[in-house]
Design a binder for this molecule. Structure first.
Ligand SMILES: NC(=O)c1ccc[n+]([C@@H]2O[C@H](COP(=O)([O-])OP(=O)(O)OC[C@H]3O[C@@H](n4cnc5c(N)ncnc54)[C@H](O)[C@@H]3O)[C@@H](O)[C@H]2O)c1
Length: 596
């Protein structure tokens, strides 16, 4: 029989603590909520009432239930109030010495059978536990932010945590409606070990002016379907907390440079820019604690006519290529009202592409997303050709041929000879340097990357890749074109992986390393990222969809260009590719897809 928990204590009512109080009280458990001072207690109370009031306003919580919830919480200053609770969970700042002192005190105050839990994200639960006389009753219960919303809890057992305590805490998580994964005590556990390298990398991109905050966040939301972009997430976590987590992970996790906090973070923390909780971090919020972003001096001016200022007029577009991307891109431009010249390497290929575009447009009609006249008009705007000469008078060329530099360079050299002055020449390459392609022409200022995502008619994101030779006018034109297509264009510099792949694939590779190290299972890792971070797919699900060979190739490119040791492809990924386990397309990758 699992132990009954009728009352619990929560220490520290900041970002996490207030949410944890809410989780327990919502589930009928009495909570003693403790802060360090009367002022902090009031802030903690405001955190809790703010969150429950928002839940009521959204219709997710009845007023009577909110009142019952709040009546279960006993707000107190000082730890003495915790003398008779069954479990204490601590959510004070991420400092080992602070937590150790706190646990020694709790050990003195609480009943001998009370379980003492830490919500630490990165510190050693074992080191915290040995500050008490009951290390076998100390455990990690790692909630995710916001605690009332995120389903996952990582239960962290040390080598001395008793099996009974683990079982009791697992049963408690189930009662709270959470899904738990139980794991050993390692820096960052599952989710943060995979998350924080990515977050830090995004901050580094921002710090180096690689892309704007809005563009970095939009890229990850729209390109990967994440619930928030990395910089908005940093603001939610709290920059001080994030700094401490990174710093601890760097020191505990083998001094991986990717966890060394980006200098900007330290500067922001010192300047009091802590994220939502202080009202300002990467973004500015309505007031401290508010989730509402308000415009500030970095907010880009509204889209619309201003966006098109200085842009070249684009009416006729050439699309070169006959693969999946070219087909999708033809459809996107034709639907948006552009006149399109499709160029393939022969009439047969043109017929195939034409058929594919028709099929896709018809699907839109069947689904009620496109009217028949609009479909016919879109098709009527496309002309089919097998010679580049027909591109002499287009305003924009989008190249989507095979991903081979020599082929693309030769094509751009031809376009340079054929196309009229003032044309914008765009490549959809996802991994080659755009500048190499640009330098095959005599007009590198007119060359830009337009990285569409697959399937192009569906995915809302386009990465606009500006080389060091791309003119401002070309970039502005590319932005205006993306807006006219109904896509979000994010501008970034010409570096391997642009924004999305550079941030996504190292994380996937890290997940493979974690599996390889037998720290956890593919199922638990997938669960942790989906339920702890709200990702639409876990890393192994995604790798199997993308294809292990494609993933390995991208990871290799990133490693070769950036020379970051942490980006070296995981040996397990290489072995699976060598073995022909490429994911869904071959029936087997990290999972077997043939048995269903
Ligand atoms: N922020 C996140 O997204 C997140 C997610 C999961 C876990 N965590 C972990 O949760 C813990 C708390 O982080 P946070 O982001 O909520 O921090 P926070 O800064 O928002 O809140 C910490 C609170 O602890 C209080 N406090 C400090 N010393 C205290 C003491 N001696 N006694 C009682 N209260 C004290 C502070 O007044 C403050 O209200 C950390 O260990 C962190 O790693 C954070």
């Amino acid at each position: 029989m699992a132990r009954e928990f009728t009352s619990v204590g929560v220490v520290g009512l900041g970002t996490m603590g207030a949410g944890i109080v809410e989780v327990f009280a919502r589930n009928g458990i009495d909570v003693v909520a403790v802060e360090i001072s009367a002022g902090a207690l009031e802030r903690g109370r405001a955190n809790l009432t703010g969150s429950t009031d928002r839940a009521v306003a959204r219709g997710k919580l009845a007023e009577a239930d909110r009142d019952a919830l709040l009546s279960r919480v006993d707000f107190q200053v000082g730890l003495d109030a915790l003398h008779s609770v069954d479990l204490v969970i601590e959510a004070v700042p991420e400092h080992l010495d602070l937590k150790q002192r706190l646990f020694a005190e709790l050990d003195r105050i609480c009943r001998p059978e009370t379980i003492l839990a830490t919500n630490t994200s990165s510190l050693s639960v074992t080191e915290i536990s040995v500050a008490t006389g009951r290390p076998n009753q100390v455990i990690g219960i790692h909630f995710f932010n916001p605690a009332p919303v995120m389903k996952l809890v990582e239960v962290v057992r040390t080598v001395v945590t008793s099996a009974e305590v683990v079982a009791d805490v697992e049963a408690l998580c189930a009662r709270l409606g959470k899904v738990d994964v139980t794991i050993n005590d390692r820096a960052g556990f599952i989710a943060n070990a995979l998350l924080f390298g990515y977050l830090n990398h995004a901050v580094a991109m921002y710090e180096s002016h690689y892309a704007t905050r809005e563009d970095i966040d939009a890229a990850m939301k729209l390109g990967c379907g994440l619930p928030m972009g990395p910089l908005a997430l940093m603001d939610l976590i709290g920059l001080d907390t994030a700094y401490e987590i990174l710093d601890t992970m760097y020191r505990r996790g083998g001094r991986d440079r990717r966890h060394a906090p980006v200098p900007l973070l330290k500067q922001m923390v010192t300047a009091g820019l802590l994220g939502r909780k202080s009202g300002r971090g990467f973004y500015t919020y309505e007031r401290p604690g508010s989730p509402k972003v308000v415009p500030d001096e970095r907010t880009p001016t509204a889209a619309g006519p201003a966006l098109a200022d200085g842009a070249r007029a684009i009416a006729k577009v050439g699309v070169v290529g006959s693969g999946t991307m070219a087909t999708g891109i033809i459809e996107v431009f034709a639907k948006a009202g552009y006149e399109v010249v499709s160029v393939t390497r022969g009439a047969e290929k043109s017929a195939k592409v034409c058929e594919a575009v028709k099929t896709s447009l018809n699907k839109g009609v069947v689904r009620g997303k496109l009217s028949e006249p609009d479909r016919d008009a879109a098709l009527g705007r496309v002309t089919w050709s097998a010679t580049l000469d027909h591109l002499a008078d287009v305003d924009l060329v989008v190249e989507a041929v095979i991903e081979e530099l020599s082929v693309k360079k030769a094509l751009f050299a031809s376009l340079d000879e054929i196309c009229k002055p003032g044309v914008v020449l765009a490549t959809t390459t996802s991994s080659l340097p755009v500048i190499d392609v640009a330098m095959a022409t005599h007009r590198p200022a007119d060359v830009v990357g337009l990285h569409f995502f697959n399937p192009a008619p569906v995915m809302p994101l386009v990465e606009i890749v500006r080389t060091i030779r791309t003119s401002e006018e070309t970039t502005v034109t590319a932005r205006a074109v993306c807006a006219a297509l109904g896509k979000t264009g994010v501008v970034c510099a010409d570096r391997s992986g642009f924004v999305v792949n550079a941030l996504l694939f190292p994380y996937l590779n890290d997940a493979v390393r974690m599996l390889e190290a037998s720290y956890s299972t593919a199922d638990d890792i997938d669960h942790a990222m989906k339920l702890g971070c709200g990702y639409p797919m876990g890393p192994f699900e995604l790798l199997d969809v993308v294809g292990l060979d494609v993933s390995l190739a991208i990871q290799r490119e990133l490693y070769l260009e950036l020379r970051e040791p942490g980006f070296a492809p995981a040996p397990l990924l290489e072995h699976l590719v060598t073995a022909g386990y490429l994911g869904r397309k071959t029936g087997r990758g990290f999972r077997d897809h043939t048995r269903r």
